[in-house]
Design a protein around this ligand. Structure first.
Ligand SMILES: Cc1cc2nc3c(=O)[nH]c(=O)nc-3n(C[C@H](O)[C@H](O)[C@H](O)COP(=O)(O)OP(=O)(O)OC[C@H]3O[C@@H](n4cnc5c(N)ncnc54)[C@H](O)[C@@H]3O)c2cc1C
Length: 604
């Protein structure tokens, strides 16, 4: 597999030319330090770490995997050293409070850092990534003492964190959680239960691991209203090395991300501490859920990018037959794959999803910055406003981008032909690694239900779609008179109308038939993803057009390639949205009419 190269040109194009992060940072209470020089230093230093230290472990980590020996999990060769380098660089606390040792920079920089790290090696990025979930939870709901005890070490990266939700009987429906928490004298609790599929549940990268665990207090109400949240450290503070009843029972054998330890975690009378109010564990858990989901959405971008970086050079090197329009490499025995229309389709799809997805993620990251600004300014109204704006974008990003990342990885494998299916080129690893992104942190189906059922219908009665689609309308109106941007302007105006129409039709249908919320949800989510990505490709095209005429930071060919990719997206990928809209509007009958017993007559 070719080595990883951080796509810094694209990152700079988005940050400096499309979105103007410099001005954005000036509006934030924690944006003062995020000067262009500082941002540039972060990007280039992170790129070095990713290219030179983290990416080279991608394939070897997959081959070696993690191992469990005498109750201790060991990560693959090179991981502890790479992690130490990451910690020594102060990367874990980049966007976390200065008072706990972080650098206090805006969250968007943390997400961009995560994108680079994850594209270089997603399994590696999982270890610091899961810690961020624990850090955010403690920061938001912990007592001062809990913050003091845990946040400093977590921000440093010398301790790591996990999120322990899933149990054998439940992943999506956490109302079924059975893990028990019994109060002890002195305010602590004894936690007993088994959690499965816990990422980074145990490993050899840090001296301690802080588990955030969902459990039930005695006499807690049944279902989601009876779940509380606990901090359960592997070793109690001040007692490093002394057993606290937390152990890894097994490592899951799995399809991909093999260098990420996915653990069965046993809590056997482990001492834990309540975090947040009793029985409100799920609510507490869901704070920052939006930013966590953006973090997973980035996995889609990461795999599309990595897949493209692998398949592009192959398509330029490998030769097969002649291009239909005549010889392109006449001195060679055959033309390179890249000259064939169908191969170009596969390459451009990967490029369009990687760069379109990156634009969606960076824009959303700016919303996350505003949300954090609300928190830092103690402005609850501001926090809620941006959290709610984020709440609409995140299921679309998580659902759509992870599905498209997987599609891109499969297309990359196709570019390699049979050579993609065997291990040698490493492309099959990207496809295996990409698969999980559509499953954890809420499956695509659950993102779709969250989007349509909760965010669009229940909470806002379509207002969130009306509000976001105004961006498309504004772009359409502003650019209708510009002959070169008119096709995009028309299309966006049409999509804005169609998206709202689709929403209203489903809303009306749902008053008579509630099943439509579930039967239509996947297609609605995919439609929304295509519509949103169209807006971000139009924005990139408009910027590229402007820079071509008025001069920009990149060479003209860069901007021309942007325009060509935007055109490809609108011509060749966006039409899929129409199919999703048609399917979403179909009555539930064709999906729901068959009796569950009649799905097969040959087997149960
Ligand atoms: C590698 C890996 C790492 C993971 N890391 C963690 C971790 O760190 N911490 C953690 O707590 N968990 C983790 N998980 C668990 C993961 O989050 C769950 O597997 C996921 O949430 C889905 O839950 P489930 O597997 O129980 O599937 P189920 O909930 O049983 O769902 C099965 C299928 O039914 C669908 N479905 C369920 N309910 C509905 C509904 N009401 N309407 C429509 N469709 C529905 C789902 O979309 C899905 O397609 C990890 C899993 C894996 C494989």
């Amino acid at each position: 597999m070719p080595s990883y190269k951080a796509p810094l040109r694209d990152t700079r194009f988005l940050m400096n030319e499309v979105f103007d992060f410099e001005s954005h940072y000036k509006t934030l209470p924690n944006g003062e330090e995020a000067t262009p020089d500082m941002v540039e230093a972060i990007l280039s230093e992170m790129a070095k770490l990713c290219e030179n230290t983290v990416a080279p472990l991608y394939q070897s980590g997959d081959e070696e995997g993690c191992r469990l020996e005498n109750g201790q999990v060991f990560t693959p060769k090179g991981y502890p050293e790479a992690y130490n380098e990451f910690v020594a660089g102060g990367w874990q606390g980049l966007s976390h409070p200065v008072e706990y040792g972080g650098q206090g920079l805006p969250m968007s920089l943390g997400l961009i850092k995560h994108e680079m790290l994850g594209t270089a090696n997603w399994s590696f990025a999982m270890y610091p990534g899961l810690s961020l979930g624990a850090m955010n939870t403690i920061q938001m709901h912990g007592t001062d003492e809990q913050k003091e005890t845990y946040l400093t070490k977590l921000t440093e990266g010398t301790w790591a964190g996990t999120m322990c939700l899933t149990e054998p009987q439940c992943g999506t429906d956490l109302g079924q959680v059975k893990t028990k928490a019994e109060p002890q004298d002195g305010g602590a609790y004894k936690i007993t239960g088994t959690k499965i599929f816990i990422s980074s549940g145990d490993h050899d990268l840090t001296e301690n691991i802080v588990h955030i665990v969902l459990a039930r207090l005695p006499d807690a109400p049944a279902g989601t209203r009876g779940i509380s949240l606990f901090i359960v450290p592997k070793y109690l503070p001040g007692q490093i090395g002394e057993d606290n009843g937390v152990s890894c029972g097994a490592l899951e054998k799995k399809m991909g991300i093999k260098a990420s330890a996915t653990c069965v975690m046993n809590f056997d009378q482990a001492t834990g501490f309540l975090i947040g109010p009793p029985n409100q564990g799920l609510e507490c858990m869901f704070t920052f859920m939006n930013s966590a989901r953006v973090g997973t959405a980035i996995q889609g971008v990461a795999h599309a990018e990595r897949a493209y970086q692998a398949s592009l050079p192959y398509a330029k090197e490998r030769r097969s037959m002649r291009a239909l329009s005549g010889k392109k490499d006449p001195e060679q025995v055959a033309d390179a794959l890249i000259h064939h229309g169908d191969v170009r389709r596969m390459l451009l799809k990967q490029k369009a999803y990687a760069e379109g997805g990156r634009a969606m993620a960076y824009f959303t990251a700016m919303y996350a910055d505003h949300m954090i600004a609300g928190m830092l300014e103690n402005d609850q109204k501001k926090y809620d406003k941006w959290d709610s704006e984020l709440g609409f974008l995140t299921p679309i990003l998580k659902g759509f981008l992870t599905e498209k990342g997987l599609e891109a990885a499969n297309e990359a494998m196709q570019v390699f032909g049979g050579h993609g299916y065997i291990k040698e080129h490493g492309i099959e690893q990207i496809a295996r690694d990409a698969r999980i992104a559509t499953l954890y942190e809420g499956t695509t189906g659950i993102q779709a239900l969250d989007l349509l059922g909760r965010k669009v219908l229940l909470t806002s009665r379509g207002k969130c779609v009306r509000s976001f689609s105004r961006n498309l309308v504004d772009f359409g109106r502003q650019n209708l008179k510009d002959a070169r941007l008119r096709p995009y302007a028309w299309k966006l105006l049409k999509i804005a109308a169609e998206w709202n129409y689709l929403t209203t039709r489903i809303m009306l249908a749902a008053t008579k038939d509630r099943d439509i919320v579930s039967t239509a949800s996947y297609d609605y989510l995919m439609y929304s993803g295509y519509a949103m990505m169209a807006y971000f490709w139009a924005l990139q095209a408009a910027t590229a057009r402007d820079k071509l005429e008025n001069g920009g930071n990149e060479p003209a060919e860069f901007y021309k390639a942007k325009l060509a990719t935007a055109e490809f997206y609108f011509d060749r990928l966006l039409p899929a949205a129409k199919g999703h809209a048609d399917a979403a509007l179909k009555p539930t009958r064709s999906t729901m009419q068959m009796n569950a017993e009649h799905f097969s007559f040959d087997y149960e």
